[in-house]
Write a protein that binds this ligand. Structure first.
Ligand SMILES: NC(=O)c1ccc[n+]([C@@H]2O[C@H](COP(=O)([O-])OP(=O)(O)OC[C@H]3O[C@@H](n4cnc5c(N)ncnc54)[C@H](OP(=O)(O)O)[C@@H]3O)[C@@H](O)[C@H]2O)c1
Length: 100
């Protein structure tokens, strides 16, 4: 399948919790997933585990959403690798205040 027919997603905070499950669900539905997080070891392992489970179209790239240069590096990577981005799941966040 040519790259223009593949949907490409970036998921922030993808190495655990809700973000990891979002990566799994997207990849299970034929989306090419860039799983991102700050912790490279945990991120690479999460992507590898998904690949081993049969979801080969998942790659890890480091991203700290609070660091502009890290965001630029990811944007360059996506542009070079895929030439487009179809889905952004900005899951990583810090809850500073309790909701209630
Ligand atoms: N779980 C809940 O009940 C609940 C309820 C309401 C809202 N939420 C929201 O849902 C989202 C996910 O929740 P979760 O429970 O799955 O969280 P989690 O298990 O704590 O996972 C957070 C993820 O975000 C990454 N992360 C943290 N800071 C980051 C940064 N500056 N840049 C990039 N990645 C960063 C972490 O990886 P690294 O540390 O390696 O970067 C990790 O992958 C959060 O936005 C949370 O506020 C969760």
């Amino acid at each position: 399948m040519s790259v223009t027919h593949i949907r490409v997603a970036v998921v922030t905070g993808g190495n655990g919790g809700i973000g990891l499950e979002i990566c799994r669900q997207l990849a299970s539905n034929g989306v090419s997933v860039v799983l991102t997080a700050r912790d490279e070891k945990k991120g690479s392992k999460a992507a590898e585990d998904l690949q081993k489970s049969g979801l080969s179209d998942v790659i890890f790239h480091r991203l700290d959403i609070a660091d502009r240069s890290s965001v630029r590096q990811l944007a360059e990577f996506v542009k070079t690798e895929f030439g487009k981005l179809d889905i952004l799941v900005n899951n990583a966040a810090i809850a500073e205040q309790p909701l209630i």
